[in-house]
Ligand binder design. Structure first.
Ligand SMILES: [Cu+2]
Length: 350
């Protein structure tokens, strides 16, 4: 590796935080990860006064439009032991996967009102947040982490928000919502405006967001037109790599939703005649392609496609009315990704 390619870390004065410099984190070492965690643990809210007039602005909390509603969610960020290949094998090729796979993931988990009880197990991705145009999405967010010891946030795409609800750590310019330390809570309010219609990612944007996103702090947000019907089959598929420096495993896992290899990645089921929508969201630093055997669909420009590209934090929706029963594969068509687990089953009943 050349000197230019090597990762370096810069730290900033008081409230130091690690910035991982360089475009690729593919070759980060475990030591690099440890340093980034240590720097994030040392990060703090800014103590100095705002420096520019834009930093002195204050904002009110948006309310729903007439006829809209408040959609409330309670989300806890927590660590969890995670196995990218729970069955231990690749059901497509029938081979076994190396044993050392389990690692400490960092995920969003949905709770009942007031954090009374979890609604389902901790998962990768986190819960899908849904709203219609005119609604507000209110996320009561708690950093329940007891393992990583660092601030995290929830930063959405697609919806409208004020700087307070951006959920972005910005060093000396960090506002409310951009730094939620372990044990703290913050309530975000996002507006579903007409331009929000679509499927978007949300993710950590705290002081260690590059690593924590890759550990699992991500989820999807869906905004529909008012009164719009959900497709019969709707599946969110985050496409991403779990790298060895994060997992401690000897190999990288190329994943859909934190799992690698068919039989571990989501198995999607549909019936002939159903309207199907697969929302594929790029999460890591690679460009991927999304291929579904036996199927083709139209892209936003109207062209017929069966293997389009999806880039970092971009959403691709594959949508069709099902007409082709049987067992099908879906996978990324970058060969090295496909071979490292980026594949799954799509099962269509007649
Ligand atoms: Cu890929």
């Amino acid at each position: 590796m050349s000197g230019l390619e090597r990762r370096t870390f810069l730290t900033r004065g008081a409230g130091a935080v690690a910035m991982i410099c360089g475009l690729s984190t593919h070759d980060l070492t475990r030591e690099d990860v440890r340093k980034a965690d240590a720097a994030a643990q040392a990060a703090a809210r800014p103590k100095s006064l705002p420096q520019d007039r834009v930093d002195k602005l204050s904002f009110s909390t948006p309310q729903p439009q007439p006829g809209g509603q408040v959609r409330e969610y309670w989300l806890l960020a927590r660590s969890v032991a995670w196995d990218p290949v729970p069955t231990g094998r690749d059901q497509w090729m029938g081979h076994h996967v190396p044993r050392r796979r389990r690692f400490r993931a960092f995920v969003y988990q949905r709770y009942e009102s007031g954090f009374a009880q979890p609604l389902g197990p901790p998962q990768m991705p986190g819960p899908t947040l849904e709203g219609e145009v005119g609604d507000t999405i209110v996320v009561h967010f708690r950093n329940g982490d007891r393992h990583f010891g660092q601030a995290v946030t929830l930063h959405p795409h697609g919806v409208r928000y004020t700087p307070d609800y951006d959920g972005a750590y910005m060093g000396d310019f960090t506002r409310a919502g951009g730094f939620v330390a372990p044990g703290e809570e913050f309530t975000y309010t996002f507006e579903c405006v007409p331009e929000s219609v679509g499927v978007w990612p949300y993710h950590d944007h705290g002081p260690n967001h590059v690593l924590n996103m890759q550990r699992g702090l991500f989820g999807a947000l869906i905004v529909r037109e008012k009164g719009a019907r959900k497709p019969d089959v709707e599946q969110v598929l985050f496409i991403h790599m779990l790298m060895p420096s994060i997992t401690g495993a000897p190999v990288a896992f190329q994943c859909f939703n934190g799992r690698a290899f068919a039989g571990n990645t989501p198995t999607i089921r549909a019936k002939v005649g159903q309207e199907v929508a697969l929302h594929v969201i790029g999460l890591d630093q690679s460009f991927h392609t999304f291929h579904v055997h036996g199927h083709r669909w139209r892209d936003s420009g109207g062209a017929n496609v069966d293997c389009p590209t999806v880039g970092p934090n971009e959403t691709l929706t594959a949508r069709w009315v099902e007409d082709n029963p049987g067992r099908w594969l879906y996978h990324c068509h970058v060969s090295s990704h496909m071979e490292a687990g980026m594949a799954g089953w799509y099962l269509v009943d007649p």
